[in-house]
Write a protein that binds this ligand. Structure first.
Ligand code: AMP
Ligand code: GLY
Length: 450
C-alpha cells in the first residue's frame, strides 16, 4: 500500500493517553509529466479533486500555468524529475507521454530508495514495450488470441524475405517501424514497388533511425477506427468512454497524418453489443495477458481499434492516454481522478464505480498553419478569455512577456459538451470564432463520418 501523507490529525488526551485520530482526508502533492493538451486536461481534472493540495506540471504549458506550478524540466531527464519529487515531497507522478514510460521512468522510481514510495501512474518498462515495440505488441496479441491484422516482421538480415512476403499480400501494404517514431513510423502504400523501396529505406537506410531497424508488415484492415481507454491496476480494470480521433490534416480525412485534429466521445457506432465484443475479446485477454506474461501495469491502456464488418480488431496499443482523446474522455468522467489513481496505486480498482456523464464531448484542435510540416511559432493567441461555453485546453501554447503565444504545431483543443455530438461540435465551432492567432488552421468537418 502506498502511504499517502495523512493530515488533519487531531490529538486527543483521554486520561493522559494521547490518541491520534487520522481523518480520511489526505494531502497529496502530485506531479504531471508532459506539456500537451492531454496534460492540461489531466491538470484540469486533478485540480478539481480535494485530495490534491499541490500540483506541479513538468514542463507544462500556458494552460497548466494557470492552475498548477510549471517546472521547466525534460520528462526524460529522470535525475531532474527525482530532484523535483524529493525536494517537494511529491506523492504521485502521473506520466502523460510514452517516452518516459518506454525509457523506464516507473522502474527508475521503484529502484530508488528515495522514490520507491511514490505512486507512478504508467506501466513499468517491460509493459511499456506494448507501445515501444510493434513486434512485441503483435507477439503479445498472438500469445493471448487478441484479434489483430496478420503480420510478419523483418530486419536488415532478411529484407529479401520481406519483399517475398509483400508479394503474397494485396495492396494497400502496411509497413510499421518497430520502435517509437513520433507517430510517423507507419506507411500505407498502394504500389508494390514503392512498398519494397520503403521497406529497404526503413531497414537498410534507417529511414526512422533505430526505430526502423525492424519492420512489421501487416495485412491491411478496412474499416472505421475508434479507441478504447482502459485504466488498470494490473489486476483489475475499468473501461473509460470510447473516443474517435481525426488524424489527417485535411478535411474528409485527407493529407498528412498529425497527432490528432479533433475527437468525439462517445463513438456513436460503438453499440453496447460492439462494446461487449471489445471487452470480452480484447480488454479481458489483454489484462489477463499482462498478468500471465508478468508485465507490471498501473496506468492507462489506449487500444486503437478498427471495426471490420461487425468485429473489433486491434491496430495498436499505446501505454498512455491519447491526445486529443483525453480532452473528450476526462471531461465525461465524473469520478474524482485522484481517487481513481489512488485505487490504481493500491490495486483496489475493483472497489471503484466509474461514473460517466451522459452528454457527448467533442474537441477541435487549432493548429499552426503549415503543421504537420514546418510552421512558425510565437504567434499571440487572442480571445481565450472570452470563451464561455467551451473549455480551451492549451497544447503548444506558452507564456511570453505576459501573453499567450503559440509554441507548437497543435496549439489548443476546444472542448464542448452537448446532448448530442453534433450539438457539442457546433458549440466548439461557435466558440472558436472568438479565437485568433496568425495562420490558425483547424478542420471544419470533425465528426463528418459518424
Ligand atoms: P498506428 O501507429 O499503428 O496506430 O498506425 C497509424 C495509423 O495507420 C492507424 O491509425 C491506422 O489509420 C493506420 N493503420 C495501421 N495499421 C493498419 C492496418 N493494419 N490496416 C489499416 N490501417 C492501418
Ligand atoms: N491521438 C492519437 C494519439 O494520442 O496517439
Amino acid at each position: 500500500m502506498y502511504n499517502f501523507r495523512k493530515v488533519n490529525k487531531k490529538k486527543s488526551c483521554i486520561h493522559g493517553i494521547s490518541f491520534i485520530f487520522a481523518q480520511r482526508t489526505v494531502n497529496m502533492t502530485i506531479l504531471i509529466l508532459g506539456s500537451g493538451g492531454r496534460e492540461h486536461t489531466f491538470a484540469w481534472k486533478i485540480n478539481q479533486s480535494p485530495l490534491c493540495t499541490k500540483l506541479y506540471v513538468a514542463p507544462g504549458n500556458s494552460g497548466t500555468a494557470e492552475i498548477a506550478e510549471n517546472v521547466n524540466i525534460n520528462v526524460t531527464d529522470f535525475e531532474a524529475v527525482k530532484t523535483l519529487v524529493v525536494n517537494n515531497n511529491i506523492d504521485m507522478v502521473v506520466v502523460g507521454p510514452e517516452d518516459p514510460l518506454v525509457q523506464g521512468v516507473h522502474d527508475f522510481f521503484l529502484n530508488d530508495n528515495e522514490l520507491k514510495h511514490v505512486a507512478v501512474i504508467g506501466p513499468e518498462k517491460a509493459a511499456a514495450e506494448l507501445e515501444g515495440s510493434k513486434e512485441f505488441a503483435k507477439g503479445f496479441m498472438m500469445r493471448h488470441n487478441i484479434p489483430t491484422a496478420a503480420y510478419k516482421s523483418f530486419d536488415a538480415t532478411n529484407v529479401e524475405e520481406g519483399y517475398s512476403f509483400l508479394e503474397t499480400l494485396n495492396p494497400p501494404y502496411v509497413l510499421k517501424a518497430d520502435g517509437l517514431a513520433a507517430g510517423k513510423g507507419v506507411l500505407i502504400l498502394n504500389d508494390l514497388g514503392e512498398a519494397k523501396t520503403e521497406l529497404k529505406n526503413m531497414l537498410v537506410n534507417a529511414k526512422f533511425g533505430e526505430a526502423s531497424s525492424k519492420v512489421v508488415i501487416e495485412e491491411f484492415l478496412d474499416g472505421i477506427e475508434l479507441s478504447c481507454f482502459v485504466l488498470t491496476d494490473g489486476k483489475h480494470y475499468k473501461i473509460l468512454p470510447t473516443a474517435k480521433d481525426y488524424k489527417r490534416i485535411g478535411e474528409g480525412d485527407t493529407g498528412l497524418n498529425t497527432g490528432g485534429m479533433g475527437a468525439v466521445s462517445p463513438v456513436p457506432f460503438a453499440t453496447p453489443e460492439f462494446l461487449n465484443k471489445i471487452e470480452e475479446r480484447i480488454v479481458k485477454p489483454t489484462i489477463e495477458g499482462l498478468q500471465k506474461d508478468n508485465l507490471p501495469y498501473k496506468g492507462f491502456i489506449f487500444i486503437g481499434l478498427i471495426k471490420v464488418g461487425n468485429d473489433p480488431k486491434v491496430i495498436e496499443y499505446n501505454v498512455r492516454m491519447g491526445d486529443p482523446e483525453t480532452e473528450v474522455v476526462l471531461p465525461r468522467l465524473k469520478n474524482d481522478l485522484v481517487e481513481l489513481f489512488k485505487a490504481v496505486a493500491n490495486q483496489t480498482l475493483d472497489k471503484v464505480n466509474i461514473e460517466i456523464d451522459k452528454r457527448a464531448a467533442t474537441t477541435i484542435m487549432l493548429v499552426s498553419g503549415g503543421y504537420p510540416e514546418s510552421y512558425e511559432k510565437g504567434k499571440e493567441i487572442k480571445g481565450i478569455e472570452t470563451i464561455r461555453e467551451s473549455i480551451p485546453f492549451h497544447a503548444g501554447a506558452t507564456l511570453k512577456d505576459g501573453k499567450i503565444v503559440t509554441s507548437g504545431g497543435r496549439v489548443m483543443a476546444i472542448t464542448s459538451y452537448g446532448d448530442t455530438y453534433k450539438e457539442a461540435i457546433k458549440k466548439s465551432y461557435q466558440n472558436i470564432e472568438q479565437l485568433h492567432f496568425d495562420k490558425m488552421y483547424y478542420r471544419k468537418d470533425i465528426g463528418f463520418d459518424l
